[in-house]
Design a protein around this ligand. Structure first.
Ligand SMILES: [Mn+2]
Length: 240
C-alpha cells in the first residue's frame, strides 16, 4: 500500500504543461495507492468555486475521475487557494482537511500541513493570513463579482511578489521553534509540508529521538511527489 503526497503545483491556465504533468502523475500512480494528499497551493489562485473557467473545469474533471475510480483525495488549503469551498469539494469528490492534520502512515503518525503557518517570522504575511481566513473576510470577498475578485487577486499577487522579493530568505523559511511547538502539540515525530519550495528531508532530535520534517517540492520545473509505502520506505518521484 502507498500513500502519496504532493503540494505547490500552482496550476494555472498559462502553464498547461503543469496540468499535463498532473494528469500524467495520476495516471501512473501505482495500483496499490491507497490515498492522495494535496497539501495546498494546488492552484496558483482560486477566487471562488463559481469561477468555472474551462481550465478550472478540466482540472476538476480530472480530480473527479480519480475519486470516482476509487482513489480518495484529501485536500488542504494553501495560501493561494484557501477560497476552495464546498462546491469544489462536491464537484470533485475531494475531502477537505483542516490546516493541521495527523495522517496514520502505516503506524507512524505524521503531521501534514501546507506550511505557511510555520513561517512565523513573516509577521506581515501572518497578519494578512489571520484576517483573510476569517469567515467574515471570505463572505465579504465573495460578495464581489468574479471580475472584481480576479482584479483583487491580481493585486494581491503583485503585492506578494514585491513582498517576497524584498524579504530576507530566512524570514520566508519555517521557524524551528514553531516546528517543534506544533509537532509537540500533536505528539508526532514526523511532519510533511510544502509552501517554502525548498524540498528536503530535515532530520533533528526531538524528545530524545530522531524526528523528520519532509518538505515537498513545487512543480514549476517538473512534477514531484512523495510516495510512502507500507514497509516504511519512502520514494520521491520526479514527473517530466
Ligand atoms: Mn504556499
Amino acid at each position: 500500500m502507498i500513500k502519496a503526497f504532493i503540494s505547490d503545483l500552482h496550476l494555472e491556465e498559462k502553464r498547461p504543461d503543469i496540468a499535463d504533468l498532473f494528469t500524467q502523475f495520476l495516471g501512473n500512480l501505482p495500483a496499490t495507492t491507497q490515498s492522495l494528499y494535496i497539501l495546498g497551493d494546488f492552484f496558483e489562485k482560486w477566487i471562488g468555486d463559481d469561477d468555472l473557467t474551462p481550465f478550472n473545469k478540466m482540472i476538476m474533471d480530472t480530480l473527479k475521475k480519480a475519486t470516482q475510480s476509487g482513489l480518495p483525495i484529501y485536500f488542504m488549503h494553501g495560501n493561494r487557494d484557501f477560497l476552495i469551498g464546498k462546491k469544489f469539494l462536491k464537484m470533485t469528490g475531494c475531502t477537505l482537511l483542516p490546516d493541521e492534520h495527523v495522517v496514520d502512515l502505516f503506524g507512524t503518525p505524521t503531521l501534514v500541513m501546507h506550511g505557511d503557518t510555520l513561517c512565523t517570522q513573516d509577521v506581515k504575511y501572518q497578519k494578512f493570513r489571520k484576517k483573510s481566513r476569517s469567515w467574515l473576510f471570505k463572505k465579504w470577498v465573495m460578495l464581489y463579482s468574479l471580475e472584481k475578485r480576479r482584479a483583487i487577486a491580481e493585486r494581491y499577487r503583485e503585492a506578494s511578489k514585491a513582498h517576497t522579493s524584498t524579504t530576507a530568505e530566512y524570514i520566508m523559511d519555517v521557524t524551528a521553534s514553531e516546528v517543534v511547538r506544533v509537532m509537540q502539540k500533536h505528539g508526532v515525530q514526523h511532519m510533511i509540508h510544502g509552501h517554502t519550495h525548498r524540498p528536503f528531508v530535515h532530520q533533528f532530535e526531538l524528545n530524545g529521538a530522531t524526528a523528520t520534517r519532509t518538505v515537498l517540492g513545487p512543480w514549476h520545473e517538473h512534477g514531484n511527489a512523495l510516495l510512502c509505502k507500507e514497509n516504511g520506505k519512502r520514494e520521491t518521484i520526479i514527473i517530466r
